[in-house]
Ligand binder design. Sequence first.
Ligand SMILES: Nc1ncnc2c1ncn2[C@@H]1O[C@H](COP(=O)(O)OP(=O)(O)O)[C@@H](O)[C@H]1O
Ligand SMILES: O=P(O)(O)OC[C@H](O)CO
Length: 494
Amino acid sequence: MSQYLLAIDQGTTSSRAIIFDTKGVRVGQSQQEFPQIFPNDGWVEHDPEDLWQSTLAVCRNVLKDTDIDSSTVASIGITNQRETTILWDTETGKPVYNAIVWQDRRTSEYCQALVEQGHGDSVQAKTGLLIDPYFSATKIRWILENVEGVKERAKLGHIAFGTVDSYLLWQLTSGRYHRTDATNAARTMAFNIHTQQWDDELIELLGIGDVIFPQVMDSSDDFGVIDEQWLGAEIPVNGVAGDQQAALVGQACFTPGMVKSTYGTGCFLILNTGDKALTSEHKMLTTVGYRINGQVTYALEGSIFVAGAAIQWLRDGLKLFADASETQSLAKQALNADTVYLVPAFTGLGAPYWDPDARGAMIGLTRDTSASDIVSAGLRSVCYQTKDLVDAMAQDGANFETLRVDGGMVVNDLVVQFLSDLLGITVERPKVTETTALGVAFLAGLRIGLYESLDQISELWQSEHCFTPDMDEDNRHKLYDGWVDAVRRVRSSL
Ligand SMILES: Nc1ncnc2c1ncn2[C@@H]1O[C@H](COP(=O)(O)OP(=O)(O)O)[C@@H](O)[C@H]1O
Ligand SMILES: O=P(O)(O)OC[C@H](O)CO
């Protein structure tokens, strides 16, 4: 009898369920978008019920569409938008507030105060992170401080915190398991990545000690068996990882020095650093790449908040095209592509600037600037931002010759070629670009013995196309200098 792996990919704009066979070949997929909630300037929320119901719906749909009996699903993997914060009451099982999404900037002032009080170095030393509203811990504090009655319920020991993986696991197991994995824990700013424990001192400092934190497991582990009522069978969950780390696994970047970059709503470049937790001098994050058999593989990460989201803005905000697939032919018509820049700092700037108060801009406009030029500038902005990260990592001593890319944007050949041109290195696009889901399916399969080792998983990875640089050095420098100048103009603190 065939065996399958079901990957749940709960992302920022949609929930996906993908079924893979044991060779990592996609058998079926279902996807559902859900509403984004913007209650205030810089605030972004999701209704946890939407996250759960859309997840459940896509799991049921993919089983139905593929006509696969749920009893033949050997294991489930859960991968998720990271940092997004949910607090729920353990007695009622109900969230006490909307999920505060990773992009949300509401705790910006509090973070600034923490920096001014001199906590930056110790936070970085323990968590590998820079103090920023991006991470979960200050979002937990905000809910405790601002939602009526929650602090009191927490004092009584009834309030649980979870990132999205943890909340979905709780739902799927009907409240039996409150767990997460080390990659998700590493994004909370409350987890010590060296001891692999929640950090009591930090939790105390942030005033979030009354909340119940989830048990932290390996990324490939026995997370619990889902309740039969949801998918018609009791299926074990054996893989959990934040989506960007899952993509690292899906791209088979298992050797120190291997690097991948994922282009979805945002862009996240992750470099495997092996058993060494390197501290960046250039504002990269130190994080957990994956944890298997208690063994931590560390990574350096550069996080860009707006990549594909810029393309969505050009489509929905400026209405320059109806579908993202049109951007390639539009950009080919651009006559001023080299002089028009779009800095998409809509929610501030992430790495390597960490400037929550910066805002976006278009630079270099003239009377003959066309819609095509602007579309081209939007596409190129993700490449320029990637170069910012690659240069910062190089200054930290990390150089690499090849970059593996994935995510919704990399179907666009123009983007990937420009990326290779600008970086001056080979950029490889894999056959399966749903690497996030594939990665967590691999983690689940590893635990139940479908794969013997990471080496065996590496052998399943296949390149679809290799892009090599085709731009002279002078042009590369000229173009990038223009970007650096454009970014300088939008910084809040310069
Ligand atoms: N052909 C294309 N060219 C450029 N961008 C694209 C193209 N197709 C999709 N995108 C962008 O890719 C993003 C979707 O990628 P995806 O990996 O599904 O994102 P997420 O997982 O963050 O929801 C969208 O922001 C969309 O604008
Ligand atoms: O949902 P995505 O793919 O945009 O990923 C979001 C990241 O995990 C945020 O850190």
